[in-house]
Design a protein around this ligand. Structure first.
Ligand code: THU
Length: 296
């Protein structure tokens, strides 16, 4: 899931919204690349939009406007045709719709519920995204199902009530790696790679390959994910999933060496299509390795 981000405010957002969006899509089980437009704004603007679009004359915390008209009882997972109708060739993704979040409301609600603004923003985004994927909470059982999906996605993104993450399964980690390919910047090779790195504390860091007109400066997906994690203070990892299309994307020599620096015992999953997964280890890929253990 790609976020087309827009903000009318000059606030710094310290919330893993991009990861939450990807986790919502994995939780729903939508395979097609998707995108969403998110506007972060103030109460005045959300009030105006609420009045104009819904005839409701007051501000609110979050609004969602789905692009897809789901059949009754159906959600995004079972509506591939309808999603495909929203294919945006420029984005290379199906546009699910618009989300508008009021930052002042998020601040207020965080205080009220006694959790962080970070968690509140993640919750509001997840809630809106499940609306965009066909969920509603008019009936009690629908509401329960929607809450369950939200909690699962937030847990997978490491944003839970008790701040303890629920680690994604291998299949979910591979799906996150496939989604990470969506942001690949690979105009020279046209070979998109995505990675999803699971840390020992259950958090996921995603990465893609980022090429450069000066070819040698290219950064591989695995190293992007690893450097994101290490720069956030995380150095212990359990699994990395690497995705591309065509053939199994075993990591290049440079990435094997970088993975070996921090996680010689890491499990590697390579996936080159839905259900096409191979598992390996670093000793298999980098025998007789040279690493921190070899230095005095
Ligand atoms: N690539 C990766 O992202 N990971 C690897 O381990 C192998 C290669 C990328 C780098 C470049 O953008 C493209 O694939 C072709 O080499």
């Amino acid at each position: 899931m790609k976020i087309e981000w827009e903000s009318t405010l000059s606030v710094t957002i310290d919330a893993p919204l991009a990861l939450v969006a990807k986790c919502c899509q994995v939780t729903e089980g939508v395979k097609l690349p998707c995108a969403v437009h998110v506007l972060l704004t103030d109460d005045e603007q959300i009030h105006q939009i609420n009045k104009e679009q819904r005839g409701v004359d007051r501000p609110t915390d979050v609004l969602s406007f789905p692009a897809v008209n789901y059949r009754r009882g159906e959600t995004a997972r079972t509506s591939e045709k309808r999603l495909k109708a929203e294919w945006d060739p420029e984005l290379g993704a199906c546009m699910l719709g618009d989300v508008i979040i009021s930052y002042p409301h998020a601040l207020e609600q965080a205080k009220e519920y006694g959790h962080s603004v970070r968690r509140e923003l993640c919750y509001l985004l997840a809630h809106a995204l499940f609306h965009l994927m066909g969920y509603d909470h008019m009936e009690e059982d629908e509401k329960k199902e929607m809450r369950k999906m939200e909690e699962k996605a937030l847990g997978m993104a490491g944003v839970t009530r008790d701040e303890g993450a629920i680690a994604p399964s291998d299949e979910e980690l591979c799906a996150l790696a496939r989604q990470a390919m969506q942001n690949s910047y690979s105009p020279y090779s046209r070979y998109a790679v995505g990675a999803a790195l699971l840390s020992a504390d259950g958090r996921v860091f995603t990465g893609c390959n980022i090429e450069n007109a000066s070819f040698g400066l290219t950064n591989c997906a695995e190293r992007t994910a690893m450097f994101k994690a290490v720069s956030e203070g995380v150095q212990e990892f359990s699994t990395i999933a690497i995705a591309s299309n065509g053939a199994p994307p075993y990591p290049c020599g440079a990435c094997r060496q970088v993975l070996n620096e921090f996680a010689p015992g890491i499990r590697l999953l390579v996936t080159w299509g839905e259900g096409q997964v191979a598992e390996t280890t670093l000793p298999q890929l980098l025998p007789h390795s040279f690493g921190p253990k070899d230095l005095p």
